[in-house]
Ligand binder design. Structure first.
Ligand SMILES: NC(=O)c1ccc[n+]([C@@H]2O[C@H](COP(=O)([O-])OP(=O)(O)OC[C@H]3O[C@@H](n4cnc5c(N)ncnc54)[C@H](OP(=O)(O)O)[C@@H]3O)[C@@H](O)[C@H]2O)c1
Length: 331
């Protein structure tokens, strides 16, 4: 198995920054352990692209979506999300830049998170970095431990996990994976084939002594056993605060979330710090949207503020936002 997709991005690739929130980027500089943007990244992304460091009890969290102009996150007839950018026939280079932007976000992450349903829809979806230049920036300028971020797959039920997916079989190419589930999820995985998994159960913060065992399981998996973190004591649910605390204790400083439903789950819990949206200026129509089933109230809803905006020709808009959960009306 294996064969992760590789690509060397063209040297001349570059977006044009048209807005930046200089005060916020200055604040990020003060909170960023690196203090400066890796040079290859500022060249292509059009300027400063700093990320703050972690909090005491959880990683810094951010997510990203590619969207059609009409707010869809995939075409209905082929729900592989990168097609929204790749099939923008007016600007193929802008589509490549969207893919670069996704790789840049992974480059900053210690771990990337996806969910079972996205894996089922996208058989090729592994959360790796396809370009060697970005891997070098990650290792040399951001001081990361692994060439690719740890790939985390979340599922409360473990009903839909496609265990034959490439994501679970690419260790020899440097892709480390961790499945995260609930007590009920553990039982279902055991029923499927218990020998394929190594379960590490962390019921509460009192189990901190088990963190080295968890790290060992995903850094050096034995006998091809897939490491599974069982979080908390709830039967069909996962205690998200405990889960993020475990990641922080395991050394994950930045978590990049790539599963649409889970992004909204984190927003509901006020646990998402940033949202990137790349708009491919075409129309997809249909019913695949993010946030289905997570309606916020007209009087009580999260806001966002722009950090930066860039364009490619007149066909793509690349936006970066910080989440604001306690917005009050300006005087
Ligand atoms: N445009 C983009 O940038 C983009 C990016 C990624 C994906 N997509 C597309 O989005 C579609 C899938 O999106 P989606 O929102 O339906 O699926 P999703 O984000 O994959 O979310 C559903 C999955 O998340 C798990 N989950 C939900 N809440 C959870 C929680 N609190 N804790 C742990 N696990 C949780 C669910 O498993 P359980 O029910 O078992 O918990 C389920 O497997 C696909 O078509 C994909 O191609 C688009």
């Amino acid at each position: 198995m294996g064969s992760l997709y590789r690509l060397a991005f063209p040297e001349e690739l570059r977006m044009t920054r048209i807005f930046e929130n200089t005060a916020l980027l200055e604040e990020f500089r003060g909170r960023s352990p690196e203090g400066q943007t890796p040079p290859e990244i500022s060249r292509v992304y059009g300027g400063e692209t700093l990320f703050p460091g972690p909090y005491g009890d959880r990683p810094y969290t951010y997510c990203s979506l590619v969207c059609s102009l009409d707010g869809r996150i995939a075409f209905e007839d082929d729900p592989v999300s990168p097609l929204l950018a790749r099939n923008n026939r007016l600007d193929p280079e802008g589509g490549i830049l969207n893919f670069w932007s996704l790789m840049m976000q992974r480059t900053h992450a210690d771990a990337c998170l996806t969910a079972a349903r996205t894996l089922a829809a996208e058989p090729e979806a592994t959360l790796h970095i396809c370009d060697d230049k970005l891997i070098r920036q990650r290792m040399d300028h951001l001081g990361k431990e692994l060439e690719h971020p740890l790939n985390i797959v979340v599922t409360r039920s473990a009903r839909e996990v496609p265990l034959d997916h490439k994501i679970f079989h690419s260790l020899e190419e440097g892709l480390h994976v961790l499945l995260v589930t609930s007590q009920a999820g553990r039982r279902r995985l055991e029923e499927r084939d218990g020998r394929r998994f190594r379960f590490i159960e962390i019921a509460s913060r009192d189990d901190e002594h088990r963190i080295p065992e968890l790290r060992q399981a995903y850094m050096f998996p034995e006998d091809n056993a897939c490491p599974v973190l069982v979080v908390g004591t709830l039967d069909e649910n996962i205690d998200t605060g405990l889960f993020l605390w475990i990641l922080r204790r395991a050394g994950i400083g930045r978590l990049f979330v790539e599963a649409p439903q889970y992004m909204y789950h984190l927003i509901e819990e006020s646990l998402l710090d940033e949202f990137f949206v790349d708009f491919s200026l075409l129309f997809a129509g249909g019913g695949i949207i993010a946030g289905m089933g997570h309606a916020f109230g007209s009087k009580d809803h999260p806001h966002s503020e722009l950090i930066s905006v860039a364009v490619h020709r007149q066909n793509f808009l690349y936006t970066r936002h910080r989440m604001v959960y306690d917005a009050t009306t300006s005087p």
